[in-house]
Write a protein of this length. Sequence first.
Length: 202
Amino acid sequence: MDVNNIQFTRIEIQITKYLFKHYKDRYNARQLARILNINHAHANKLCNILADKKLLTKAEMGNSVFFSYEYSNKLAIKFMEYMLSLEEKEFPKWLSVLSHSLKKFKDGIEMGLVFGSSIKNKDFNDIDVLLMYNAEKSKNIKKIKDEIRKSQLVEKPIRYVDITERDILLNKEDKIFYNILSDNLVFYNPEKYVEVVRKCHK
């Protein structure tokens, strides 16, 4: 990636993040256009530009070209770590209080994600949060959960998924886990998230 290659449009960033997070799947431009609600020809052009920038790989199958993220390119990985580090600032407005409350977990967890309906629209019943940490931190994590609950700043109930990295890797083929890992907002440690996704991709 040379200096002329480091400018990216919002849609290019959307495409790269989507493909990175969906580590089990490949998509053609038509599928991506439908998912991201953009023009098919435009999606095709952007995917090819991103492949030239070594962020995506492409594979021809029949009459179609399928794209996936370039997980083996160090610069592509650094790019994704950086893009995901900005996600915390991209939380929807209705989750701003939650985002502030979740900062309390930072000393105890290795990775934190928000997933489910709350990241998509403001009419949700509860908030789904994944906390990845080692068992010896359990007591401290429980204390923080109680603090957040008692403060009553977050109006909707929070449902936590508590997990270790080992359990994520053991369940990487599980559909529910795949949905969590591929459709989320990272609120803590994007570098760890990138590492976990790469391990799941292998």
